[in-house]
Design a protein around this ligand. Structure first.
Ligand SMILES: *Cc1c(COP(=O)(O)O)cnc(C)c1O
Length: 395
């Protein structure tokens, strides 16, 4: 492990967590091994008794995966972390590792679809109740609390119309009640928003998104204090196996070296595209947390350094025009993924949020003409041209 020095984040993202083998390789080694051998039976015994540090089996820990965890801990300012196979494995493991029958979750209703399934459908099957609230309404969080509430869960900015929730205020509500706040920080990225510095107890990422950043590997990570990670999460992962593959951890480590550069460029492009969309007469409404027209612009400025690369907007003319626009774009591809180098556009009402009732869609401001855009790393002028040309085709 690299010693913790007073380096800036970008420096640490290039060096943190590396533990060189005797070969002295420059890059991080890829330890593609499921098991480990011991020098003696006594050593094996000591490892299992936890009297000696060292690896036992890659479901419990692996040096490449640990390097990724340590680099993420440095970025987040967390005491400890465990990586998982996907972002959803992280969300599920986080909930399952700390809750039991009789407990209660309060969650913001504007959640990534599968996260909403975990808290609204899966956890209640195991006796953990859940109340969904409008996360922007601080009184709604307080009213939903019960004596048995153990976890508050939110995502900000949220999917798909980028609502902003006040992390610090919800953390205070959680702590006054003796509960923990868990934040899914995917949309903001660890570069633009630090939930733990704002009071969150646990931060979760789908590393599949901006952390990989090039749409290659699935991955996830849970970051928190050493007590939670060591005493609750580590054993849950060890016994149930949602562990990250060493190869994917190695890809993520490589990707963290350029995360800051990529996120800044994503934001530059998103700001330019937002300015163009806001001014366009075929667009009804634009949601971008980094633009002053966002209804919670001030709160976004307070807790995020920039607006990230997700933009939602409503085109005039509903679904028909939304489809014409998506089909007419040449650079932007139609895909529900996000945080990729490639610009991706999706129609939430018929894809990511198709399973929601009309009432639930209305609560989330998802209209027939709503599109969600994940702005990529292409040349900004090319992107603007692509959108100008496609928008000109709308009736
Ligand atoms: C993608 C995503 C997830 C799930 O991550 P996977 O790696 O796809 O499992 C969770 N939360 C948010 C906000 C996401 O965007």
């Amino acid at each position: 492990m690299t010693e913790t020095k007073n380096w800036q984040a970008q420096t640490r993202m290039v060096h943190e967590g590396q533990d060189r083998s005797p070969f002295g390789e420059t890059a991080e080694a890829l330890y593609l091994t499921s098991g480990y051998v011991y020098d003696s039976a006594e050593q094996a015994e000591a490892r299992f008794k936890e009297e000696e540090d060292g690896y036992i089996y890659s479901r419990f820990g692996n040096p490449t995966v640990r390097a990724f965890e340590e680099r993420m801990m440095a970025l987040e300012g967390a005491q400890d972390a465990r990586a998982t196979a996907t972002g959803m494995a992280a969300v599920t493991a986080c909930m399952m590792s700390q809750l039991q029958a009789g407990d209660h979750i309060v969650a913001a209703r504007a959640l990534f679809g599968s996260c909403r399934y975990v808290v609204e459908t899966l956890m209640p099957r195991f006796g953990v109740a859940c109340t969904l609230v409008d996360g922007r309404d601080l009184d709604a969080w307080k009213t939903a609390l019960r004596p048995e509430t153990k976890v508050l869960f939110l995502e900000t900015p949220s999917n798909p119309v980028l609502e902003i929730i006040d992390i610090q205020a919800v953390a205070n509500i959680a702590h006054n009640h003796g509960a923990r706040l868990v934040v899914d920080n995917v949309f903001a990225t660890p570069v633009l928003q630090k939930p733990m510095a704002l009071g969150a107890d646990i931060t979760i990422y789908s590393a599949t998104k901006h952390i990989d950043g090039q749409g290659r590997c699935l991955g996830g990570i849970i970051l928190g204090d050493s007590d939670y990670i060591k005493n609750q999460l580590a054993n849950f992962i060890r016994q149930t196996g949602p562990s990250l593959a060493p190869f994917n951890a190695w890809v993520m480590l490589k990707a963290l070296e350029t995360l800051h550069l990529r996120v800044e460029r994503h934001c530059d492009n998103a700001e330019k595209l937002t300015d163009m969309l806001v001014a366009h007469d075929k667009i009804e409404r634009v949601y971008y947390p980094g633009h002053h027209s966002h209804p919670q612009f001030e709160l976004a400025q307070k807790q995020m350094t920039r607006g990230s690369n997700l933009i939602a907007f409503d085109v005039k003319g509903g679904k028909a025009n939304a489809f014409v626009l998506a089909n007419s774009l040449e650079i932007a591809h139609i895909s529900n993924n996000l945080g990729d180098a490639k610009t991706l556009i999706t129609h939430p009402a018929t894809t990511t949020h198709a399973k929601l009732s009309d009432a639930a869609k209305a609560e989330l401001a998802i209209q027939d003409g709503t599109l969600r855009l994940s702005v990529g790393l292409e040349d900004a002028a090319d992107l603007l041209d692509d959108f100008e040309r496609a928008l000109a085709k709308l009736a």
